[in-house]
Design a protein around this ligand. Structure first.
Ligand code: TNX
Length: 509
């Protein structure tokens, strides 16, 4: 039969569906190498997941999570068993595995089974995520025969969520962690505080959450996380090899704190809580010693709750803090972070003050950012500060896709899926060598994102582009290939109930 048989009279040539991609060709993020070879391994009722000869607790946990992830789509029982020999999926830690680095893996599929090999449990977890993509979106299916060898381009592959402008529950953020981890994103940055709300309980300053948490943009009730809820998120993310980087934004973006504690203001008068979307109008009182007790106690409690190495202290848009005060404040705040055993991350404005020797800068500029600001970031990078790239006109997930997008903002321009993806983090800022780039992060600000549906619409599918920019080798970055692979993810996103934007620049089937 000719391939035109099924087409109606009004079909146009451009309506041809893209040729179906073979499983190894549709992996997203694209792996370092993938080679199809010989027959594969059919999943069936007898398939088990084997976690190795000496039952390592962590590998066992990776096996359990993988089994959970695969049971839904395959409909198979997939028991997790100790031992290494026999067919099924075999998880193998091998400190000498070649070509996989700390976080990478090798996946080999033959009729006898699928072997996942890595130097670390994180690598085994990432291998499992690749395995998921080699099976059909629904039904058991066969893992095609062949080998994938893979490792990430960048160590830091992040996503930020702003739970301050609109409050979101730990439940919703965990859901996002699952959605992200399957694409090998390994960092969750949580913007915990802003003018409109303070979202984490702090024992030494209880009104921050009790009062300062009770507002959000638009006048809704807001909310906050208890310490136990935050710990639970950290634990949940950690089991999926996602590190949590908490942010307390200072010295600006602090109206919720000032509203809760008048002693934090210079005139001793608490402002009202704020539910609008302006930025840059609030500041901690830089000249008051009480301010630094606050910083020390809040960051101390946060450091204790956070196993990861980073604390993010904001530092953006402090338009109400004079430059000299800003620099003086950031000096002291950075010292506090170091004293609590953590490494500073701050928005790139810190580059124009005095970043601590090991501080990491998060760049959020865009095509129209003044050259002097870019130069300050590049100079700081040359002085040894690693940079996380979050260009607002590429990786701000709150920017509208097009003029018809309902949620979000457009101050950095419209950001279609193609624009979010089509740039190279290793050659983005003139003079910033790839070696200075710690990684990339997509930020979901929520001034205009008030519920899960809007969150998913804005994040998906653009955050998959972030995942590929962070993981895949530079040579694999290609819009045409990516667009086809992204389209192939559509049924998976649907099966997971993710309400993504069916962007017109993607050849969805
Ligand atoms: C800029 S960029 C902000 C946020 C806003 C966001 C909205 C940066 C570090 N700060 O305060 O929420 O734009 O897109």
């Amino acid at each position: 039969a000719s391939c035109t048989d099924a087409r109606g009279d009004d079909a146009r040539p451009g309506d041809d569906p893209p040729a179906a991609l073979a499983p190894f060709e549709r992996l997203l993020p694209a792996p370092v190498s993938a080679r199809a070879e010989g027959p594969g391994y059919p999943f069936g009722p007898g398939t088990v997941i084997r976690t190795g000869p000496d039952p390592d607790q962590e590998v066992r946990r990776v096996g359990e999570i993988l089994a959970e992830q695969l049971r839904g789509p395959t409909g198979l029982p997939l028991p997790v068993v100790d031992g290494a020999d026999g067919d099924g999926v075999r998880l193998r830690l091998d400190g000498d595995a070649e070509g996989v680095g700390d976080e990478g893996y090798r996946l080999e599929s033959t009729p006898g089974g699928v072997t996942l090999t890595a130097r670390s449990a994180a690598g085994l977890f990432h291998a499992g995520q690749t395995l998921r993509q080699l099976l059909p979106a629904a039904g058991p299916g066969t893992v095609p025969g062949g080998t994938v060898t893979d490792r990430p381009r960048f160590a830091y592959r992040g996503a930020m969520v702003d739970i301050a402008r609109h409050f979101f529950t730990v439940e919703q953020v965990k859901r996002y962690v699952d959605q992200l981890a399957q694409y090998k994103v390994n960092t969750l940055h949580v913007h915990l505080t802003d003018d409109q709300g303070w979202r984490l309980a702090v024992d030494s300053w209880p009104r921050l959450a009790a009062y300062g948490g009770g507002s959000e943009v638009g006048g809704g009730p807001g909310g906050h996380w208890t310490k136990e809820e935050y710990r639970e998120l950290v634990r949940y993310a950690g089991r999926r090899y996602v590190d949590v980087v908490p942010e307390i934004d200072m010295p600006g973006h602090v109206n919720a704190a000032l509203a809760s504690y008048p002693e934090l203001t210079c005139d001793g008068k608490a402002p009202a809580r704020y539910t609008g979307i302006k930025v840059g109008f609030s500041s901690l009182c830089v000249g008051k010693e009480r301010t630094y007790e606050f910083v020390d106690q809040v960051l101390g409690e946060l450091a204790e709750l956070t196993p990861g190495r980073y604390l993010h202290i904001g530092g953006d848009e402090a338009h109400s803090t004079p430059a000299a005060d800003y620099a003086a404040f950031m000096d002291r705040a950075q010292e506090v972070v170091g004293r609590h055993g953590k490494t500073v991350v701050a928005w790139h404005q810190l580059a124009s003050a005095r970043p601590a020797p090991d501080a990491v800068l998060q760049y959020w500029g865009h095509d129209r950012t003044p050259a002097a600001d870019k130069a300050a970031v590049v100079a700081a990078a040359k002085a040894g500060h690693p940079v996380i790239l979050s260009p607002a006109d590429r990786l701000y997930l709150d920017m509208k896709y097009d003029a018809a997008t309902k949620p979000g903002l457009a101050w950095a321009g419209l950001v279609p899926v193609k624009r979010a993806y089509s740039w190279d983090p290793g050659a983005y800022l003139a003079g910033l060598p790839e070696s200075a780039v710690l990684g990339v992060e997509a930020a979901l600000w929520t001034e205009n994102v008030a519920n899960r549906a809007d969150w998913e619409l804005m994040a998906f599918p653009r955050v998959l582009g972030l995942a590929e920019l962070g993981w895949s080798p530079a040579g694999a970055l290609d819009w045409a290939s990516y667009g086809r692979r992204l389209a192939a993810q559509g049924p998976r996103l649907e099966a997971q109930g993710i309400g993504y934007f069916r962007a017109p620049d993607v050849p969805w089937s």
